[in-house]
Design a protein around this ligand. Sequence first.
Ligand code: ZN
Length: 200
Amino acid sequence: MKNFPNAFRDLVESLAQFPGIGKRSAERIAFYILKMKPDEITHFVRRMEEVHNHIKPCVQCNNFSSEEICAICANPRREKDVVCVVEEPKDIIAIEKTSQYNGLYYVLLGAVSPLEGINGEDLPLQKLLRRCERKEIREVIISTDPDTDGELTAQYLVERLSQYNVKIYRIAIGIPLGTKIEYIDSVTLGKALQEKRSLL
Ligand SMILES: [Zn+2]
């Protein structure tokens, strides 16, 4: 790489900062960019700017939206009194793909993280709490990640929400289908046992 021009190395460095892109992939993308036509480059840059300038958090749920209220919150066919709390907008995409959920969402834009110095009070919960206060919400499903930060966040949410008359659920942390019990890590298996369901 040291024989390549600085501009190319800078581009690789920038690309390598994207999530999931290692140095090798960054180099491949940079070579691809080098071969793109000028109008393709202009088009691509414009798209990035558009995303940056026109997509804002939904005023109700913090999901990405080009309107003041996102498409999910604005959809009259969604159950308005059920709210699934997630850490990031990308989690909404994953849950929507299941087609198993028809309520609304609330995005925390992060999680409690002692390592990063993020406390529960730092999470933007006000809009959710206000709706609980106004008795607009019947059920909250906490769908934060099943890791340490996600669990701490879930605990904090339970603390804050328990003063309202809402049912609070945590998504079941399941055993992946098609796997064998002996291969499941003990944390997942422990959680699955805690959250066992009755069959009769
Ligand atoms: Zn929304």
